[in-house]
Each structure stands twice: as structure tokens, then as C-alpha cells.
Design a protein around this ligand. Structure first.
Ligand code: FES
Length: 193
């Protein structure tokens, strides 16, 4: 049986060797290409992180995406490219996965993310009305961010706290048995911070 840790280490070393020249170049950067250089650094760091965290197998696609979503708050295009290389899956397939799950997002969110559950249990208990109240207050439909970049509004199919519906979530913190007043309260809180 191949020694996975050895293979892993050799991949890391090979990758570092192959990127040595790129790092040397970045030492002579001018301000105009600092952004590109930062992107290169971000990509390199992500490659190393994925090598450290996940085997290079296609069934690791979703774990990779979840890790990036957790760390960056979304899945930028450059990160999808890195994942594609790591798990050896075409970019189109990686993008397809990234856009197929409501808990993943490919667009950069606002400073705060407000999600309303519109799953069946919450829906019959007023979840749709909560979502409508959020849209009305923020003046945006689900899936969009306020023009000032402060709040992204999303709908969710379930937070798995169905018995407490209707429910909403601000920046990962759930509130059950939510009302219109709850909506106004969490939006006000988000706007103040
Ligand atoms: S349906 Fe809303 S938490 Fe499950």
C-alpha cells in the first residue's frame, strides 16, 4: 500500500519547487502588479492548505469547497481553479457544484449575511412573510446585496431547527420563532455594526 503521507509530502515539495521562480519574480514587483502578486500568494497558500487538508481525490470536492466558503465567506473564481487542480475535476464541474448548494456562494457577500428559511415547515408558519419583510426593508430580492455592501439577503431551504420555525439567521446565528419585529431588530443590529 503506498505511503500516503510520503506521497503528500513529495507533492508539497514538488509544488514548492515549481513555484520558486514565481516567488523570486514577486520580489521585483511594482505597485501596478501588486494585486496580481497578492492573487498569486493567495492561490499558493490555498494550494498548500488543500494539500495539507484533503487527499487529491474527486470525492474531496465538496469538503474543499466548504473549507474555502468557511474561510473566505464565498468561493471566488481563482479558488475554484485551485480546487479544480487539486481534486483533478474540470473547472466547469467544480463551478457546477459551487452553484448547486444553497450553503455555498460564488459571489462575495456583504458585510453581514441575513438568511431566512423558506423550507416547508418554516414556510407554513410564516417564513415567506419574513422573507418578504426582509426584501421590503432592504429593498432587494433574495440573493442580492444592498448597494452599500452592508447586508446580503439569502433564502435557505432549511436550518434544521424546523420545530422553531419560522427562523432566520444573521451571520451564522439562528433565531427561531421569528416575527416581523425580529426582522426589523436584526436588520437594525446589522446596520449599526
Ligand atoms: S424548514 Fe425551516 S428550519 Fe427546517
Amino acid at each position: 500500500m503506498p505511503d500516503k503521507s510520503l506521497r503528500h509530502t513529495s507533492e508539497r515539495l514538488r509544488w514548492k519547487r515549481e513555484n520558486k521562480d514565481g516567488q523570486t519574480e514577486s520580489a521585483h514587483s511594482t505597485p501596478s502588479n501588486q494585486k496580481d502578486n497578492q492573487l498569486t500568494v493567495d492561490k499558493n497558500n490555498l494550494r498548500l492548505k488543500l494539500l495539507d487538508s484533503f487527499p487529491r481525490k474527486r470525492d474531496q470536492l465538496l469538503p474543499c469547497l466548504h473549507l474555502i466558503q468557511h474561510e473566505l465567506g464565498y468561493l471566488p473564481e481563482w479558488a475554484l481553479e485551485v480546487v479544480s487542480t487539486h481534486v483533478m475535476v474540470p473547472e466547469s464541474e467544480v463551478y457546477g457544484a459551487a452553484t448547486s448548494y444553497t450553503e455555498l456562494r460564488v459571489l462575495k457577500p456583504g458585510k453581514h449575511v441575513l438568511r431566512v428559511c423558506t423550507g416547508l415547515s418554516c414556510s407554513i408558519n410564516g417564513g415567506d412573510d419574513l422573507a418578504a419583510a426582509v426584501s421590503e426593508e432592504l429593498q432587494i430580492p433574495p440573493g442580492e446585496t444592498t448597494p452599500d455592501g452592508s447586508i446580503t439577503f439569502e433564502e435557505s431551504p432549511c436550518f434544521y431547527i424546523c420545530a422553531l420555525g419560522p427562523s432566520l439567521e444573521l451571520d451564522g446565528k439562528w433565531t427561531g420563532r421569528a416575527t416581523r419585529e425580529t426582522v426589523m431588530s436584526v436588520i437594525s443590529k446589522a446596520r449599526r455594526s
